[in-house]
Design a protein around this ligand. Structure first.
Ligand code: AHG
Ligand code: MN
Ligand code: MN
Length: 315
């Protein structure tokens, strides 16, 4: 089987970029081992601190951040780290060519119930500065810590899936993920319905009406509460994920973060033939104004995303 190092060798001539992806993959392998033992080590609870977004940090949010930071510190190609768990961007190697933006542990509210969590990363050229559009990404990926640990990564070609073997090696198990253009599954937190805008309400109402509505087919709803897990399902079998701007999140610009959640996931979904939007523009075209900026996120099967975009045009 092809391993990650061999795949990188075929995908890019840029040894620094390959090494940076290898660093994130190594951090993921280390974190996978920590997560497997976390309930025994008593690490699933709160850390007693808050991150810059005012969210209570779990012990594992802090541990994950440290693991990623340590792996990137050892890599002279990385100049700056932006992390959900760090208020400010951190300077690493002064000669480094890359900025890495990361959500070191996504879905951490799922830790105490042993449900899939993940690590998300985005790699940008340092020359572009801290605030770059997602379209400037050089590569992006995530690691999903589920029954198997999966690494999903894309430079500019295909979105490929690796599985961590018993020796800690990432083996290629799907060379080119393909998100089907249509799907009968949608993912949204429906408990937020009273805050939704007209476009989101109309789209979901059509889906729920199933074969009796304008969509003319039956839908199913799935919501893990870990973006990584929801997106991984969509990459493997299709569907749409929505965390739209709603009346409660409008003042903050949305719920999910642009640089280390929305942009890398858009990069991966588009590499698999899917589509991504805020509702009004491609996520990858959003100009960031802050490293922790939030954005509305709608992505997945292209025909489903287009239906949502149609509702936004009509609204
Ligand atoms: P994080 O754990 O990094 O803060 O991210 C949680 C995110 C994302 O993973 C998930 O899709 C979403 O929050 C869940 O939001 P709700 O709690 O509104 O369901
Ligand atoms: Mn997250
Ligand atoms: Mn997180």
């Amino acid at each position: 089987m092809t391993d990650l190092a061999q795949w990188l060798n075929r995908q890019t001539n840029d040894a620094d970029l390959a090494q940076t992806i290898m660093s994130m993959a190594a951090a993921g392998a280390e974190l996978a081992a920590v997560l497997r033992q976390a309930p025994i080590a008593g690490q699933t609870g709160l850390a007693g601190s808050e991150n810059v977004q005012g969210e209570a940090q779990k012990a594992l949010d802090v541990i994950s951040n440290d693991i990623v930071l340590n792996h990137l510190k050892a890599n002279s190609a990385v100049s700056i780290l932006i992390s959900e768990e760090l208020d400010e961007a951190v300077d690493l190697s002064s000669q480094g060519r890359f900025i890495v933006a990361t959500d070191p542990l996504d879905g951490s509210s799922n830790l105490d119930v042993n449900v899939t969590v993940g690590t998300i990363f985005s790699i940008l050229p340092r020359a572009g500065g801290l605030l770059q559009k997602g379209s400037a990404q050089l590569a992006a990926g995530y690691i999903a810590y589920g029954p198997a640990a999966s690494l999903v990564v894309r430079i500019t070609g295909t979105t490929s899936v690796f599985t961590l073997d018993a020796n800690g090696v990432w083996l290629l198990t799907l060379a080119a993920a393909q998100v089907p253009a249509t799907s009968g599954e949608f993912a949204i937190n429906t408990a937020r319905e009273r805050f939704w805008d007209a476009a989101t309400t109309s789209y979901v109402r059509e889906n729920v009406a199933g074969e009796t509505g304008a969509a003319g087919k039956r839908y199913n709803m799935r919501w893990v509460g870990s973006m990584v897990a929801d997106i991984h399902r969509i990459l493997m079998r299709g569907g749409i994920f929505l965390y739209p701007l709603d009346s409660e999140t409008v003042s903050k610009g949305g719920r999910l973060r642009l640089l280390y959640e929305a942009n890398p996931m858009s990069w991966l979904v588009e590499g698999a033939g899917g589509r991504s939007t805020t509702g009004r523009q491609n996520i990858l075209d959003v100009e960031p104004t802050d490293i922790h900026q939030r954005a509305p996120v709608i992505l997945g099967s292209s025909e489903e995303v287009k239906r949502v975009e149609d509702w936004y045009r009509r609204a």
